[in-house]
Design a protein around this ligand. Structure first.
Ligand code: ZN
Length: 145
């Protein structure tokens, strides 16, 4: 696919997720992980529910730029219902992807793979990874409780 077509597609997917984010809201009875990206002003509250082995439900709220909102929306889509082990692997894949390590396996990332383009904009990487960092923190807390 031509590069210009690809970037149009990328913009369309990001815009759609930021305008109508998936899994937007809160989960009752779940304490959120709150993270802030001071370089842009993005704030995320991430609600994650685990059972013994799996991530059973996820939702997010907060205020952020289109990249951070789209990334959170894409992330919730791709990790919902996955095992904790798979979730950790997806976090690592996404982190490698936005740091420009395109040779890494992108399987399972879904629409989030479109955010590979932010690797070219170092100041936006923090926007793209905010939700994923919050998820990693929630996973750590679930594993140590
Ligand atoms: Zn941002």
């Amino acid at each position: 696919m031509a590069l210009s077509k690809l970037s149009h597609l990328y913009m369309a997917v990001v815009t759609e997720h930021s305008k109508t984010p998936h899994n937007h809201g809160q989960l009752e009875g779940v304490a959120p992980v709150c993270l802030h990206n001071p370089s842009c002003g993005d704030v995320i509250e991430l609600f994650v529910q685990f059972d013994q082995t799996h991530l059973t439900d996820i939702a997010f709220s907060g205020e952020g730029c289109s990249i951070s909102t789209a990334s959170a929306s894409m992330m919730t889509d791709c990790v919902k219902g996955k095992s904790k082990k798979d979730v950790l692997e997806l976090i690592e894949r996404f982190s490698a992807l936005v740091q420009g390590q395109h040779e890494k396996d992108q399987e399972g990332l879904g629409d989030a793979a479109f955010l590979a383009g932010v690797a070219k904009f170092p100041q936006r990487i923090k926007c793209a990874t905010l939700a994923w960092n919050a998820l990693k923190q929630a996973l750590n807390e679930a594993n140590h409780s």
